[in-house]
Design a protein. Structure first.
Length: 76
């Protein structure tokens, strides 16, 4: 038994029908296009992971000033 209950002979018959319908040249160009698209997708994903870095919001000085102002307002 093959993949998902399909035997090897059934897969070969399906492959033969696809080749007869589309032809080997069209299947070759389709495979090349699909491979190129996957390659560019992986490259884009890798470059996005390298570029995206978490950034801090605000400086330490601004945070310290806000804390001081908050403490002053509590005391008054």
């Amino acid at each position: 038994m093959g993949i998902g209950g399909i035997s090897m002979w059934q897969l070969l018959i399906i492959l033969l029908i696809v080749v007869l319908i589309f032809g080997t040249k069209r299947l070759k160009t389709l495979g090349g296009d699909l491979g190129g698209a996957m390659k560019s997708f992986r490259k884009a994903m890798d470059s996005d992971e390298k570029e995206v870095k978490p950034e801090r919001l605000g400086d330490d000085k601004q945070d310290a000033e806000f804390t001081e102002q908050k403490e002053d307002s509590k005391g008054s």
